[in-house]
Design a binder for this molecule. Structure first.
Ligand SMILES: [Zn+2]
Ligand SMILES: [Zn+2]
Length: 122
């Protein structure tokens, strides 16, 4: 198992949906990998998938302090979620701008590219 594989099956690991064999490979990798060890420890508190469920509340700053701390610990080690939160904020500010409450927001081309790439991935 490599780092990408580990990250892609983290959700199934914590939902106990991995085969015996995949579980063992997951644990072996997380023990020996300096990147994935902390990632797995953080995912024990909140996985990438769970994090997205609280995204709205996080962006609106409605999360209880305890959950917000967990959320931010995850963001501190997970580049994918940081990118996701960033593009989510931009998408939200665009939607709000379109609804007329805020002045139109001009997005730099590289950010727009990042949003489109993230959407394609999802
Ligand atoms: Zn790794
Ligand atoms: Zn994540």
């Amino acid at each position: 198992m490599n780092c990408d594989e580990l990250k892609s099956c983290a959700y199934n690991y914590f939902e106990s949906q991995l085969s015996e064999e995949a579980r063992a490979a997951f644990e072996a990798h997380s023990e020996e990998c300096a990147d994935c060890g902390p990632f797995v420890a953080i995912c024990r508190e909140i996985t990438c998938e769970k994090l997205t469920e609280f995204l709205d509340d996080y962006v609106d700053d409605h999360l209880p302090a305890e959950r917000k701390a967990v959320f931010e610990r995850h963001l501190a080690i997970c580049d994918e979620c940081v990118a996701y939160v960033r593009s989510y904020r931009i998408t939200r500010s665009l939607t709000e701008a379109q609804s007329g409450d805020l002045p139109p927001y001009k997005i730099p081309a590289d950010l727009l590219g990042a949003i489109l790439a993230a959407r394609k991935k999802a």
